[in-house]
Design a protein around this ligand. Structure first.
Ligand code: B12
Length: 296
């Protein structure tokens, strides 16, 4: 992430004096680097971490190059999912962004926003689609907006540790982009360096990608399975290479039926992004950070 901000920009953005801000920097509360001329420069992700931890309000998000945040944060996950669903169906990207970033700045964890807000909104969108209450374009447009939001969140999650590399993707026939992009984002938030190999990838290529990168974790998002026995064969190929290379395989997704689950071996199965977060942090020997008390 290359966004570096001046103390003046940050002070104005969060409505405090520049001298308070410089003091916090000098006390080490916000990490800063110095330019050749000796000026302090603050990385955006460190500023956001400080804002979340100290519960400051962002009064002028433009100055942080952030999407606009509503002045009074609506911090609940439950209201968030309903509001997000409506914003997505209306194609209101600005409002959708505001809802997601408000929750992030209100200290909800990225995995909780994914599970309890974005995924819930899409469950409802799926119901409305199957009851023919909405048109395909409304669903698809909502997917496009959500993907962009996930990439914007990715811009602000803190730096990751390059020792811990995770790769993953989806197998050919699986066109679902949101859960895979979420898995990558959650892994980054859990401190992993990630590199998605891609969506809808032929199994041979996915396996080659796994064997040619020094990854320690391989994630597979499974939202659509065309044929169960082909899928089990594909998984066998992944697990064989992963074992040889001492890579942990973590899979999740709504197409993992009970019959598939009972036949899968040597993989960690997760039902949610929160579980992925726990598994990923445990592997690195980390405890989950504190989050906003309200879970739903
Ligand atoms: C958007 C959508 C699509 C879009 C996706 C676009 C895109 N760019 O991603 C498109 C148009 C491709 C699509 C196509 C189809 N879809 Co569709 N789709 C949906 C919808 C509305 C949302 C899915 C979504 O992305 N949700 C957001 C994710 C994040 O939520 P999630 O899947 O619940 O994931 C959570 C967990 O499973 C877990 N998880 C997920 N992945 C991973 C990975 C890891 C590593 C871990 C740890 C955890 C994890 O964490 C997530 C967050 O909590 C669902 C409705 C629903 N109920 O979900 C239908 C739905 C899944 N689709 C459905 C169907 C039938 C189809 C089609 C077969 C339609 C058709 N006849 O062509 C095709 C199949 C496409 C294919 N071959 O891949 C049905 C499936 C019914 C069933 N169980 O069989 C659903 C349920 C709609 C419905 N009510 O009928 N779809």
């Amino acid at each position: 992430l290359s966004d570096l901000l001046s103390p003046k920009q940050v002070a104005r953005a969060i409505g405090v004096s520049e001298s308070s801000l410089k003091r916090w920097v000098d006390q080490g509360l916000i990490r800063a680097s110095r330019t050749a001329g000796g000026h302090r420069k603050l990385p955006l992700e460190d500023v956001l971490r400080f804002v979340r931890e100290r519960e400051h309000q962002v009064v002028d998000p433009d100055l942080l190059k952030l999407p606009s945040v509503s002045p009074r944060s609506e911090s609940g996950l439950t209201e968030g999912s309903d509001r997000l669903m409506k914003a997505l169906l209306a194609g209101n990207e600005e409002l959708a962004r505001q809802i997601v970033f408000d929750l992030y700045l209100a200290r909800h964890r990225v995995c909780d926003i994914c599970d309890h807000v974005i995924a819930v909104a899409f469950r409802e969108i799926g119901c409305q689609w199957s009851c023919q209450q909405i048109d395909a374009y409304e669903e698809r447009r909502g997917c496009e907006i959500s993907l962009r939001l996930l990439y914007e969140l990715r811009r602000v999650v803190p730096h990751c540790d390059s020792k811990w590399l995770a790769v993953g993707g989806t197998i050919s026939g699986d066109h679902y982009t949101i859960p895979d992009t979420m898995a990558e984002l959650v892994l980054r938030d859990a401190g992993w360096k990630t590199s998605s190999l891609g969506k809808n990838l032929p199994i041979a290529s996915l396996v080659r990608g796994l064997s040619e990168t020094p990854a320690r974790l391989f994630w597979l998002s499974v939202s659509h399975v065309e044929d169960e026995s082909t899928f089990l064969n594909d998984m066998q190929q992944i697990v064989t290479v992963a074992k040889r290379r001492k890579v942990s395989v973590v899979i999740g997704g709504q197409a993992l039926s009970d019959s598939l689950r009972t036949r899968l071996r040597d993989v960690t199965m997760c039902d949610s992004m929160s579980q992925l977060d726990v598994v990923a942090r445990k592997m690195r020997g980390d405890e989950p950070p504190p989050s906003n008390g309200e879970r739903r």
